[in-house]
Design a binder for this molecule. Structure first.
Ligand SMILES: *Cc1c(COP(=O)(O)O)cnc(C)c1O
Length: 365
């Protein structure tokens, strides 16, 4: 018996769809290159296969959150930039140098540490400068920015690949915060040495040409998350399909309860299917008594608590569901964004929670 036949749940990942999403974003962004953001293991889809597929399609800029994530994908990106968004941790400079990874510098201390490394190796080193325009998370704050604007010499040992900032509300296209961040970014750059600029995440790419600049940094949209949630249609293609195996089906009588703590009580005779997927696989426990799966295009309600390895569905109206059947958890009928609404989170958290014990099938680009 094959691994797929034994599997409790199968995650199918269509790399051609990821590449198609990237190409669509490239076509929308004529003013510069479009990077692939592959942090958090490629938003749960697999940083290595995603980076390989994007690289083969011509992508030459990659962003991750952590140095180890950069090292992990270096083999997939033989040429081109891998940048670490999380900043330069003290003592890691030699590791950045060793695998040719670009740090995103967000403080004067990081600028100085990277400059000292540059002087030690007697070579100007590439860096991305991160300016905070509203997130208060990473990036030069206003005070440090002013110092740098007055003392450009602090950057003399570095090759500024990009000056970047990060939008805090770009999925809300009419949020005045977008405009305010754009103004802050423009005035920050005006006082700094000239360098290419990068501001756009996925949703930002739909804010219009005034926001465009040089390098775009989409993540979510590559993986099919809707970058324009205010619009009805999602311009991106969903590259994932998650199906879970039905391991048991039973009939229960009126008033019989299902699952931990008896949170669901049958209103009459019901057929209950138990599927081999649970919160350990990223099916959020908050979906208890709220979510759905799909069988043959028909919604079957999730009943009772989601447990660690198993979840129960009311399949009374889907007589085709028998032991061994597959229920679709994520797919065309239920996108990560749809599931996120039911779970009280966003599509990003749905994808990055996808479990490690699925049988994964990659469809090559
Ligand atoms: C995660 C991240 C991105 C990508 O954002 P998406 O909304 O997934 O497109 C871009 N820039 C920074 C700084 C990030 O942290």
């Amino acid at each position: 018996m094959s691994k797929a036949e034994r599997a409790g749940a199968i995650l199918e990942i269509d790399l051609a769809a990821v590449v198609a999403n990237w190409r669509l974003l490239c076509a929308m962004h004529p003013s510069g290159p479009v990077a692939g953001v592959v942090k958090a293991d490629g938003y749960g889809l697999g940083a290595m296969p995603v980076a390989q597929a994007l690289y083969a399609a011509g992508c030459r800029h990659f962003f991750v959150a952590l140095l180890d994530e950069a090292i992990a994908i270096r083999a997939a990106v033989p040429e081109g930039m891998i940048a670490v968004l999380g900043g330069l941790l003290p003592g890691t400079e030699r590791d950045y140098l060793g695998c040719d990874v670009v740090p995103v510098l967000g403080s004067l201390a990081e600028i100085e540490a990277w400059s000292a490394t540059a002087r030690a190796v007697d070579c100007r080193l590439p860096a991305i400068l991160h300016v905070d325009t509203g997130m208060s998370r990473l990036g030069l704050d206003r005070r440090e920015l002013e110092v740098l604007q007055q003392e450009h010499a602090r950057l003399k040992d570095l090759e500024l690949s990009y000056i970047m900032t990060h939008l805090i509300s770009s999925e809300v296209s009419d949020d005045p915060l977008n405009e305010r961040q754009l103004q802050r970014f423009n005035s920050a750059c005006a006082g700094l040495p000239p360098a290419p600029r990068s501001i756009l995440n996925s949703s930002g790419m739909f804010l219009g040409p005034r926001f465009a600049f040089d390098l775009a940094r989409p993540g979510a949209a590559l993986y099919g998350i809707n970058p324009t949630p205010h619009a009805e249609t999602n311009p991106m293609t969903l590259p994932v399909r998650l199906t879970a195996r039905v391991v048991a089906v039973r009939e229960i009588g009126e008033c019989q309860t299902v699952g931990y703590n008896a949170t669901w009580r049958a209103p009459g005779r019901r057929r209950i299917a138990t599927a081999a997927i649970g919160y350990a696989d990223g099916l959020h426990r908050s979906l208890s008594n709220r979510g759905h799966a799909f069988f043959d295009g028909k919604a079957v309600p999730l009943v009772g608590r989601v447990s660690m390895d198993l979840t129960t569905f009311d399949v009374t109206n889907a007589p085709g569901v028998v032991p061994g059947a597959w229920l679709e958890i994520i797919g065309p009928a239920q996108t990560p964004d749809d599931l996120a609404v039911a779970a009280g989170t966003n599509g990003y958290e749905i994808l990055t929670s996808l479990g490690r014990r699925f049988h994964r099938i990659y469809k090559p680009a």
